[in-house]
Design a protein around this ligand. Sequence first.
Ligand SMILES: Cc1cc2nc3c(=O)[nH]c(=O)nc-3n(C[C@H](O)[C@H](O)[C@H](O)COP(=O)(O)OP(=O)(O)OC[C@H]3O[C@@H](n4cnc5c(N)ncnc54)[C@H](O)[C@@H]3O)c2cc1C
Length: 486
Amino acid sequence: MQKQTSLPPAVDVLIVGAGPQALAMASRLMLGPEAMADVIPPQESYVRRPKDVRSHLKKLRKSMDRFAVVDENGKWMERWRNQFKALEISHLRSHEMMHPDAFDHSTLSVWAHANKRNDFLFLENLPKKQSYHGPFVLPSSQMMLDFCKSLVKLGRLDDHLWHARAESMRPSGSGMCVTVKTASGRSQDIHAKRVVVARGPTWRRQWPGFYYNLDTAAVAAIYHAWDLFDTPAEMKSLHGRGLIVGGGLTSAHLCAQLAPRGRVDLLLRRDRRVKQYDLGLHWMGTGRRDCRREYESSPLEKRMAIQKEVRDGGSITPELDAVISDLETKGQVHLHEWTEVVSASFDPSTSSWTVALNTNEVLEADYLICATGALVDVASDPLLGTLQEIHPLKLHGGLPVLSESLQWGRLPVHLMGNLAALELGPDAVNMAGAARGALRISKALAVAGLLEGPHKSENQVGNMGNQESRGRTGKNAKTEGHGKEY
Ligand SMILES: Cc1cc2nc3c(=O)[nH]c(=O)nc-3n(C[C@H](O)[C@H](O)[C@H](O)COP(=O)(O)OP(=O)(O)OC[C@H]3O[C@@H](n4cnc5c(N)ncnc54)[C@H](O)[C@@H]3O)c2cc1C
């Protein structure tokens, strides 16, 4: 499809969002049956031969004709780029096999090799053990962006992207009518046979309890970490003594960046948790297929419990922990465990905060940031709330109970990311979840006749089953068994 200046009135597939989740979906639309059948990465070795991956990386693709992507930022990966830039994150937390390309797990590393890139971080802190033997390599944030840029170019995906915000949707015939607001402020309806919602977690903020008792001046002055992503000027304006609420990666990156400008107090509602990946290592190691099997065969209540246990709230990596510890030693960061804000007030005349804590301490600060994550509540979601009225789904903890293909009941709408967590598991929001989500949705699109069904190409050896192969050789890759696709 040659890019038209105006949005098309009707498409087969409309994707809302142009982040890594949407890119994983677009990659499947581009590759059709050539996409990999098993999205759980091997621990060592590879599934497809490097020479096949290299030729995949040279092939200009012709994606399905009638698909469009709308993003309120107007560019592929823009929110991700801003997020990593604002927080000055040098390397991803996820490893080299996790990326949006659906051809093979090794595509990013093969691309890096072909482009003489070696800006990986080698994980020194991760013990090589029976239950986990790799990957041990994290790509840099810039590498991920450059890699994604090349995927967009190969798939001519800019021709499918429009700068617009999806505002609402309703069933229309056998499809959906989605109302979008374009960058110029004009409203337009797009009729789509299928809609894939990949808005990411950052469009909706979770605030701690004290926020709801703030007066108007304080509400105007407080930041949610995500307010800082798309506005670098705002980030630069923060100086003096800071107070940050949160215990995850975002809060720690903010601390590392802001502490040199003035002392930062970091408030954690529990103790400090340090782990390499945001999921426990057993979810990434040799038992990873068993973890998935257990999750997917569990009733919903148990899935919620597994989610809670596995994600275990916010945590930071050992590398970031070392940075924070160093700042603590220098007296630039003060970390308060088991501490919550009871009340906060903002004095506009001095532009300063007074914050009372549950430890009876009172802190003064020049700025206050809540790095408290995403609110998930489909019932009050402006885009999906109408669907819930027309075709109510069961909700658990605000999450919808979707079908196996992440579909909203019988409506032709599929959800990716954190909203699909009851189906996809605790890493739904990450790139691992993106790969699994895109696979499941592509199967439904194939059944609907909108995409050629997945099949194993000659060169795709198949999934690793429980046999982990050794070494990076094609010979070993051929010893792999078959298992259920997840
Ligand atoms: C500090 C930090 C570090 C992380 N590190 C990793 C990591 O290393 N590896 C990993 O896998 N995950 C990581 N994550 C998780 C990360 O959020 C997700 O992997 C990723 O951003 C989610 O991709 P996405 O496409 O769902 O969301 P996004 O990247 O947020 O993209 C969603 C897009 O949707 C658009 N949008 C939103 N609403 C609308 C609308 N109504 N209409 C049109 N467009 C809309 C937005 O403009 C945005 O471009 C990290 C998260 C954080 C906060």
